[in-house]
Design a protein around this ligand. Structure first.
Ligand SMILES: [Zn+2]
Length: 217
């Protein structure tokens, strides 16, 4: 993708995140890899629902601004941790999906395999340790988990998702929040049935086929 296409896509993802309540006010951030030491990222203190492509900042792998008008968000270090751990990814999205975050605050993670399509698409969703949002410590807590998972919750804070493009990473965030809504309703009804090991193994096996079948995705 060209830089222009990535700028447009990041703004579109920002609009969707804001409209879907994945963020409030100026929360959340989106980034994409432009080159070995160049990343396109959303600026700090700007609503992701109202961004113009020229609002985006280019930063380096140390989190320093190269070009752009705004400030690099402190949460960009969390994105950098994901890029460092995952050379295969091209984009990172961070938001505060309300239901997934509420599940964590109430002491329920999303690590149990409950929804087959979520297991196929993303496996289980682990929760990283609590850290002060925006702190350097916050960037460290996702490292181990993001190496093996495309979607990670951060305890009582939100979620980080990674993907082949900003839209791909955003769709994973949507899946997490949609699944959290189902988890919550199921917990409220009681008798949540967890998928057994054999069912999970089969789902994992068919996971790669799943990614190739857009009608299922
Ligand atoms: Zn945050």
């Amino acid at each position: 993708m060209t830089e222009t296409e990535l700028r447009d896509m990041i703004c579109e993802v920002g609009r969707r995140m804001y409209e879907k309540d994945m963020v409030a006010a100026t929360d959340g951030n989106i980034s994409a890899r432009l080159g070995p030491n160049r990343f396109l990222c959303t600026p700090s203190g700007v609503s992701k629902g109202f961004m113009h492509p020229s609002d985006l900042i280019i930063a380096n792998g140390q989190g320093e601004k190269i070009t752009g008008n705004g400030r690099v968000t402190t949460e960009f270090f969390t994105h950098l941790a994901a890029y460092e751990e995952r050379p295969d990814i091209e984009a990172v999205v961070h938001g505060h999906p309300p239901m997934a975050t509420a599940l964590m605050i109430a002491g329920h993670g999303m690590a149990e395999p409950v929804i087959p399509e979520l297991v196929m698409a993303l496996g289980t969703i682990p929760t990283a340790a609590y850290a002060t949002p925006g702190s350097r410590e916050g960037s460290g807590v996702i490292r181990d988990l993001i190496r093996r998972h495309d979607a990670v919750l951060i305890d009582r804070h939100g979620a980080v998702t990674v993907g082949a493009s900003p839209l791909d990473a955003y769709f994973k965030l949507e899946k997490v929040e949609h699944s959290a809504l189902i988890y919550w309703a199921a917990h409220a009804l009681g008798n949540v049935r967890i998928l057994d090991d054999t069912q999970v193994a089969r789902l994992r096996q068919s996971g790669s086929n799943y990614h190739e079948q857009s009608d299922l995705a």
